[in-house]
Design a protein around this ligand. Structure first.
Ligand code: NAD
Length: 381
């Protein structure tokens, strides 16, 4: 039965566990689903927040950190309590604007002293990709929970080490997959699980943009690879949560047309297909060479669902056609609501001994798939 608009309004408050349960319960080729379920019962050793707001130290004060700082400050259960930066002046300015004392500003060198700061419960890692592993592991060793940006790491081995370090320290590790907490994406998943479009047959998805020269994302050592690590990962992850299945086979091509010398180290475009165990097929594209609005379109035996844009910070829109129903649902939420939802979720997990819905194991799966996609394209990472 199609969901009504009233149901849609309720979706924003639905637990992600219910909507994404088929993904978490799916039998993955890695056998990680049981690890996720087992982890749900492990309480964190870090001090319980005891009713106060969960304090975050933000590492890397770049673009995404700005969205997160605003989002966390909009919650009722989270606050920014420390900053970590190589630029003291910038950190002092941001600290003054969000009530962080100067004594809680750290550099990359003295970051480990955060162990002595009881105002810091968790660390938000918003650094270039290849730095995620080091700072997640250092944060865990300091007894702090971790919210790590996507992609989780640049190699599978690093992702495994991050999970192991957080488990050893008995702290939570959540990967910042903001679409897992976003109502338009949740609405699409719910419609599919409810059978609105029948048996899913095929998915198309893309996400890309025209990258500026000089970005660290063009440096392979810092980025790990090209646009798949950065934005293609949204399409890859969406195919998994939309189907509730884990990929079985990949085929892929990379391509660099490069008319201005930006792509000496990473590829410009990547195109891949996925076959899922049920027979669902997906075709995805990502690029750094031109604007590619992030979207997904799911074709089923009884209709289709499209989210376009699907992955932006706001302005998302869902359209669908199935049975006698035509849907057109613009999402009125505005940035930084997705970052607010993420902070709210992890803080709630910390305060109530729950396991995040996008744990390290979820990031590790994508790292394994990214590695398989590159292998299929003839590139080793
Ligand atoms: P950015 O370039 O705006 O910020 C990176 C920060 O890291 C800067 O403050 C910079 O000073 C610091 N830094 C420390 N060492 C550095 C080094 N060696 N080289 C370059 N910068 C260094 O980057 P961003 O767009 O904020 O991305 C940061 C992370 O967040 C990336 O992993 C990215 O994939 C992720 N991200 C996530 C989203 C999302 O929607 N979840 C959006 C954008 C970026």
């Amino acid at each position: 039965m199609p969901l009504t608009r009233r149901d849609f309004a309720k979706l924003g408050t639905l637990s992600l566990a219910a909507v994404f349960a088929p993904v978490l319960n799916a039998q993955s080729p890695t056998g990680l689903s049981s690890a996720i379920q087992n982890a749900a019962s492990a309480p964190a050793a870090a001090a319980s927040s005891g009713g106060r707001k969960t304090g975050y130290a933000v590492i890397g004060l770049g673009r995404i950190a700005g969205h997160f700082i605003q989002g966390a400050n909009n919650t009722s259960n989270s606050k920014i309590s420390a900053l970590v930066s190589g630029h003291r002046d910038k950190a002092e300015r941001i600290a003054a604007s969000c009530g962080v004392p100067s004594s809680s500003i750290y550099s990359y060198e003295n970051f480990d002293e955060i162990v002595h700061n009881p105002a810091v419960d968790a660390v938000y890692v918003a650094l270039p990709n290849s730095m995620h592993a080091e700072y997640t592991i250092r944060a865990a060793r300091a007894g702090k929970h971790v919210l790590c940006e996507k992609p989780m790491s640049v190699t599978v081995a690093e992702a495994e080490a991050m999970i192991a370090a957080c488990k050893a320290a008995n702290v939570k590790l959540m990967i910042a997959y903001r679409c897992h907490y976003e109502p338009t994406n949740l609405r699409a998943v719910q419609l599919i699980r409810d059978g609105a479009i029948g048996q899913v047959q095929a998915i198309e998805s893309a996400f890309g943009y025209d990258i500026a020269p000089g970005e660290w994302r063009l440096n392979k050592k810092l980025a790990g690879g090209g646009p798949l690590f950065d934005v293609g990962i949204y399409s890859l992850n969406a195919c998994r949560y939309l189907t509730g299945e884990e990929p079985q086979h990949f085929s892929a091509f990379v391509s660099t047309i490069d008319h201005d010398g930006r792509f000496n180290e990473v590829e410009e475009s990547l195109s891949w297909t996925i076959k899922f165990p049920s027979g669902i097929v997906a075709a995805c594209n990502t690029t750094y060479g031109g604007s590619m609005n992030g979207f997904f379109r799911v074709h089923g035996s009884k209709g289709w669902i499209e989210a376009a844009p699907a992955f932006n910070y706001d302005g998302l829109r869902l359209t669908a056609q199935f049975s006698n129903t035509l849907l057109d649902e613009p999402n009125p939420a505005r940035d930084p609501s997705q970052f607010q939802a993420q902070a709210d979720h992890l803080s709630n997990c910390i305060q109530n001994g729950l396991e995040p819905k996008s744990p390290g194991e979820e990031g590790l799966r994508d790292m394994r798939y990214i590695s398989e996609i590159y292998r299929s394209a003839g590139i080793s990472i």
